[in-house]
Each structure stands twice: as C-alpha cells, then as structure tokens.
Ligand binder design. Structure first.
Ligand code: 5AD
Ligand code: SF4
Length: 466
C-alpha cells in the first residue's frame, strides 16, 4: 500500500508485551491441533481474524506463529486491489511446495468470497473457503472439516447476521476494535467490497455497549468502532440510536478514555458527529473521510454520491468546529478517463483541505465492478507519475502542519516501547504518531503528556512533560 502518512501501528514498535497466542489457550476445551492465521488487508479483516481466532481457540485449537508448526493454516484475504489478491495465491503455491505432511488449509475473507469454489480448482489442496458474511457459520463449517469432509464452503452473502463470538482473541492489549456495521450498501464503481462483504448489517446498540462494558472491565481504555461506512450505522433495535448518540454513550462508559471510529462516508457525515466530538474529549478528534477524487465528474463516474462542492461543505463544517479535528483521506489516482486537469483538481482539493494524512492508491480494475469495463484506462506509468506528484504534495502539507506543532503539548496513549532505552511511542487523540523519551518505566498502556520538540512529515518527536 502506498502511504503518505503512516497512521498504522506498523510505525509503532510493536506489542512485545501483548498477550501471546499461547496464553489464550482455553484449558478445558477438547484439544484439536494447532492453527496459523495470517491476515491481509484492512482493520476490518484484522478484527475478523481476532474473532476467527476466538472461535478456533474455544473449539480447542491452539494458535502457533508459523506455518510449519500448524496443522491448520488459514489466510484471511483482501481483494481490494489486484496486488493484495495475488498475494494469497502465492502463499497457497508456497504451501504446496513446502508441506510434506497433510495439513488443513482455509481461505477466508474477500478473495474467498470473490473466487468461491474456483479456489479449489486452482489450489486443490485447500479445504475451506469462507467469506466474511458467513463467519457466523464457522463453528458448523469447522465441525464438517473435523468430521473428515475435504471441501467445505461458506459463501452466502444474503445474510442479515453479524459476526459475534463469545471469545475474541484481541492482538492489542489497550486498543480494541469493535465492528458496529458490516458490509456496504454503497456501490462505488471501482470497489469489490459490496460483493465480497455483502449488504450493510448493523449490530444492535445494546450488544455493542455490552461488549464495550466487557472491554472496559478487561482493562481496555481505547476502542475503535469499525465499519466500511461506520457512520451509516443504523441501530436495528427499537432503541434506534443514531451513530453520534452511540459515540456519546460509548464515551460515557466508565474506564473508556478514547473512542475512535473509521471509516466515515461523506454522504452520511452530519453536523451531529462534529457536535459529539465537541461535546466530549473522550471522542477522538479525528475523522477519516475518504474523498477518492477532487473532480465532480470523476466522483460521478465513481458513483460516490457527492460532488466536490458537497464534500468541501462537509470539510468546512469540520474546519469550523470549535475543536481542532484532524481529517485524513483515501485517494485514488488514474481512475479510467481521469484527465490531467481532473487530477489537478484533486491536488487543489488537497491544498484546500490540508489533510493530516492520506492513503493514496493507483486505480486497480477489480472483477465484477462497473469500472472494470470503463473506457480510457490510464497507463500504469502515468498512474505512477500522478501518485508520485500527489505523495510529494502531501509530504509538503504534512511537513508544514507538523512543524507548526513544535512546542505544543499532546496527551499520548503509549502503545510501543523502543529497543532503545527510554524511547516510547503512541498516538495522540487526533491519531498522530508520537515518538518520545521518558526516563520512566512501565509506561505501556498509560496516557502521558508529551511536549513536541521536533517533527517529521510522519511523526512528532518529543519528551515526557512534567
Ligand atoms: N483501486 C484502487 N483503490 C481502491 N480502493 C478501493 N477499491 C480500489 C480500487 N479498485 C481504495 C479506496 C478505498 C480504500 C480502502 O481502497 O480509496 O477507500
Ligand atoms: Fe467500497 Fe465505496 Fe463501500 Fe467504501 S463506500 S467499501 S469504497 S463501495
């Protein structure tokens, strides 16, 4: 993935102190073998994998961290762009070459949904193919595999169920993901998600708040609400809680210090969300609001359901807030038919919004999507040229913005510890990465004030403030 602003955990020093898979073994479940689970793609996939691991652990499997040590190998796959989808087939190829003893192999997630039973033809050594909309059936599918069936599938998408489990094996000991809405009902012309993840299904507000309370009881202080279009949340229960009300209720949960949410869709983004952020410091002042393009014509062919001006109205609403709210975005360059002028409109929009971070992608044609057969494909080299220009501009915007923060103080949630002595890392509420020094020990998981001494385009550097 091409990134101009690293807002991911990969920039942190990893969670060396996190609970290991071994420690999550459920002692009184029947012992069924070992599993290795590798995840590709977005945070939704990462969190799905945490839940899949929970299902396997509660059935008596033990998680291991290598293919060699596993009797059951699972890949949770991503097909958002061609390159991501190819990765899993190369993994499956490697498995055939390296594996001498019989192992069970499962393909989960978006490639599973997209390719379906074709995966069995291409890689006959695969035993399980299951898309995310069928994960609630995983226990039954596993039972079939355990009974000796060679090929098992879960490929329905016409479900109104969400994937909820008794046990979720979370990777991060401080920040918990919590999916509040699955699937997507938008129909962006370039995107596979509506095919691979099925229609929108929201969880009831009661069940979300119940899980949040459990998370607080377990010691989590930060939650990240997830959804492909998180702010399209529609409470299916009679309570009919609006998304912004859910944010407010979550922020009131004793023990919770930070409530995040991603990804917001511009069409469903209203003033009530800004007001919720203003109302409570525990609701993080960061909105990920992908624009995709700065040209109204391109947005129309992308079927994004808003124009450049309508998007900028939403931005103005955020910029006018009495609180500083960081805005980040996703942008696609080289969509079919995108002219040089239209690309310039995207650059102009970036100058106007001054995103604090972006994820930028070269358009990649995807199966089953309307854009796949659109005329005027942009040559690969031209896409690369546009991407490089865009990233350079974003680098300049971030450098300027971050340098202005030198001398400021931020509260940092400490999530990583460097091998270098006294060096720590974490995020601000607005999701900036901060690396800082502190002579104190045991800072992991705590919230500390940090004074910013210098800045790079991708992070702030500072020291523990008194
Ligand atoms: N090509 C390139 N980027 C894509 N995205 C989604 N589909 C495609 C595609 N076919 C990007 C969008 C989306 C992000 C998750 O991935 O920017 O917001
Ligand atoms: Fe894909 Fe558009 Fe849905 Fe996002 S809103 S998941 S880009 S279809």
């Amino acid at each position: 993935m091409q990134k101009a602003f690293d807002i991911g955990l990969d920039s942190l020093f990893a969670h060396k102190d996190a609970a290991t898979p071994e420690s999550c073994f459920i002692a009184d479940a029947p012992q069924r073998g070992t599993f290795y689970l590798e995840t590709f793609g977005c945070q939704m996939n990462e969190h799905d994998s945490e839940k899949v691991a929970g299902v396997l652990l509660s059935r008596g499997y033990r998680q291991v961290d290598s293919v060699e040590a596993a009797s059951f190998i699972l890949y949770n796959t991503c097909s958002i762009r061609e390159k991501a989808a190819q990765k899993v087939f190369s993994r499956l190829g490697e498995l055939r070459e390296t594996s001498s003893e019989p192992k069970k192999i499962g393909v989960l997630g978006c490639v599973a949904q997209q390719e379906g039973e074709k995966i069995f033809h291409r890689s006959p050594w695969v035993n399980l193919v299951c898309g995310s909309a069928s994960y609630s059936k995983l226990p039954e599918l596993l039972e079939q595999l355990e009974a000796g069936e060679k090929r098992v599938t879960g490929l329905d998408t016409d479900t109104d169920e969400t994937f909820e489990t008794e046990l979720t094996r979370r990777d991060n000991p401080w920040r918990a993901y919590l999916t509040i809405i699955e699937g997507c009902d938008k129909a962006c012309s370039y995107c596979v998600v509506p095919f691979t993840r099925g229609p929108e299904r929201s969880r009831s507000s009661d069940s979300i708040l119940r899980e949040l309370r459990q998370l607080a009881d377990l010691g989590y202080t930060e939650v990240q609400f997830l959804g492909q279009t998180v702010n399209s949340y529609a409470d299916p229960s009679s309570r009919k809680m609006k998304f912004s009300e859910l944010l407010r209720a979550a922020a009131e949960m004793p023990g919770m210090r930070r409530v995040r949410f991603t990804t917001s869709h511009p069409r469903d983004f209203g003033r009530d969300i800004v007001e919720a952020i203003e109302s409570n410091d525990r609701i993080c002042n960061h909105v990920h609001l992908p624009v995709q393009s700065g040209s109204t014509r391109v947005l129309r062919t992308m079927q994004r359901t808003y124009s450049r001006d309508e998007y900028l109205e939403k931005i103005a609403m955020i910029h006018e807030s009495k609180k500083h709210i960081a805005i980040t975005s996703d942008i696609i360059v080289g969509f079919p038919g995108e002219t040089e002028r239209e690309f310039d409109e995207t650059l102009g929009l970036m100058e106007a919004v001054k995103y604090e971070g972006i994820f930028a992608f070269k358009y990649s044609p995807r199966p089953n999507t309307p854009a796949q057969s659109m005329a005027d494909a942009i040559p690969e080299e031209e896409k690369s040229r546009r991407l490089a220009i865009l990233l350079e501009l974003q680098r300049k915007i971030q450098t300027e913005a971050n340098e202005k923060l030198v001398g400021d103080f931020f509260e940092v949630h400490v999530e990583g510890k460097s091998r270098r002595e006294n060096q720590w890392s974490g995020h601000t509420s607005c999701y900036r990465v901060v690396n800082f020094s502190s002579p104190q020990s045991d800072l992991l998981g705590s919230y500390v004030p940090v004074k910013v001494n210098s800045a790079t385009p991708n992070c702030l550097i500072g020291e523990h403030a008194p």
